[in-house]
Design a protein around this ligand. Structure first.
Ligand code: PMP
Length: 444
């Protein structure tokens, strides 16, 4: 009965990994999906130039020995610890959660995203439901809006995460776009519409509004009675610019990237209302949305998050591990940029060491990285300083789809066709390969 079906195309983002998996090349590199990967530096020796001292806050070494362990996915220690505690707790059972999920998880998530001192939290004006990660939170929010909000139009930024348009249109909303990060955006005149805003670390551009710009957006939205729907997929990866005094709004949270719980599918939708009474009625309606979709959410991931968020020392440990991930990403940005502004020697294979060890000798010039990026670009035309100016997991390189196709074909580097690369997928070993590929794509 399904003989007539044509093959559907791969998902534009997840399909990058499918293509990558099929490629037999030993130098292939997957920069498509925004998932964190580890890197291990075995040891370093010698004397360094100033730039690198600044980078590593360290006095010595010029030879970096790097062990390629294949950039593994990372499970945070604090997550392992929380899971151990859950396993050891024999009082825990596997009963169904309520439709709205784990109550502790919901309360802690609302506090995490809105701030414990938020008047909305203190006055019980927020209703929070546990959903299937960020995507599920967006979808439940969209279904709720399609049923109960007087306006059916949602404006999403252009560009935005590739899944946004379908999440909203399949829920029954009419999707339109606004130009992101463009002063012209302030000329919005569609009264009452829903506006999707990335809460922080905008995907794919890595460009966030400044605090001052957030305030301008807030005022504009208020004056036009627009309803904000914040998508917070990268909380803690960068500063949360929104939060204060937005009034009624929706927030979709994900714990995929900030707690490394990708496959656990743990997230939350919060709706800030005008009163506790409205919030409880909203919750009753959210239950009607959720029940026929998946009945109730899974218990494990939400229990991990609740365990970590409610314990001060575990929370602290989480922020430290999160910072280590963010710092490695920032260091990848700095080093990728440096490959353009400094001379470097190609990787040498040191057969004296075992085959997986590669060795780089990098020579750096000058002492101020940002200054050097301004003009001292060797070889690759254009200003690449956006590599370090952008924030979050991705660099929106500015490479076009032809250049991306070239890099995939000739260099086996996989990324989305809009030129977005996941910095978390890079390592010292693979950076020169990427730099070479970009150089070749831009100068050919
Ligand atoms: N929103 C944005 C902007 C994202 O980048 C992502 C993940 N790439 C999501 C939502 C959803 O992520 P998840 O469902 O894995 O939590």
């Amino acid at each position: 009965v399904f003989d007539h079906l044509v093959r559907a195309p791969e998902d534009p983002i997840l399909g990058v990994t499918v293509a990558y998996n099929k490629d037999p090349s030993p130098v292939k590199l997957n920069l498509g999906v925004g998932a964190y990967r580890t890197e291990v530096i075995l040891y370093v020796l010698g004397l360094l130039h100033d730039q690198v001292k600044i980078l590593y806050q360290c006095e010595f070494f010029s030879l970096i020995l790097y062990v390629d362990i294949g950039r593994k996915p990372l499970v945070l220690n604090v997550v392992r610890r929380a899971e151990q505690m859950l396993v050891n707790d024999s009082s825990r059972v596997k009963e169904y959660l309520p439709i709205v999920g784990l109550s502790d998880f919901n309360k802690l998530s609302a506090k995490l995203i809105l701030g414990a001192d938020s008047p909305a939290v203190q006055e019980n004006r927020v209703t929070t439901v546990q959903c299937l990660s960020g995507t599920g939170s967006l979808r439940v929010g969209a279904e709720f809006l399609a049923r109960h909000y007087h306006q059916r139009t949602i404006y999403i930024p252009q560009p935005t995460w590739g899944n946004h348009p379908k999440v909203f249109s399949l829920a029954g909303l009419s999707v339109k776009t606004y130009r992101y990060y463009d002063p012209a955006t302030r000329g919005l005149n569609f009264k009452g519409a829903i506006v999707l805003l990335h809460a922080c670390a905008h995907n794919p551009t890595g460009v966030d509004p400044t605090l001052h710009q957030w305030e301008q957006i807030r005022q504009l939205m208020r004056s036009k009675a627009l309803l904000p729907f914040f998508d917070s997929a990268y909380q803690m990866h960068s500063r949360l610019g929104f939060r204060k005094r937005w009034g009624e709004c929706l927030v979709a949270q994900s714990y995929a990237k900030n707690m490394g719980l990708y496959g656990e599918r743990v997230g939350a939708l919060s709706i800030v209302c005008r009163s506790a009474d409205v919030a409880s009625r909203v919750e009753s309606q959210l239950k009607l949305v959720i029940r026929p979709m998946y009945s109730n959410p899974p218990i494990h991931g939400a229990s991990i998050v609740a365990t970590i968020l409610k314990d001060r020392s575990m929370f602290q440990e989480w922020t430290i591990e999160l910072k280590a991930m963010a710092d490695r990403i920032i260091s990848m940005r700095q080093q990728l940029l440096m490959l353009y502004v400094v001379e470097y020697l190609q990787p040498l294979n040191h057969r004296a060491l075992w085959s997986k060890v590669k060795c780089y000798h990098m020579q750096y010039v000058g002492s101020n990285l940002v200054k050097a990026s301004g003009g001292a670009n060797v070889g690759t035309p254009g200003d690449w300083s956006h590599i370090i100016k952008q924030i979050g997991m991705f660099t929106f390189t500015g490479l076009n789809s032809k250049q991306v196709a070239f890099m995939t074909k000739e260099y086996h580097i996989y990324m989305t066709s809009d030129g977005r690369i996941s910095m978390a997928g890079l390592s010292l070993r693979t950076l020169p390969h990427l730099a070479d590929a970009i150089h070749a794509a831009v100068t050919r």
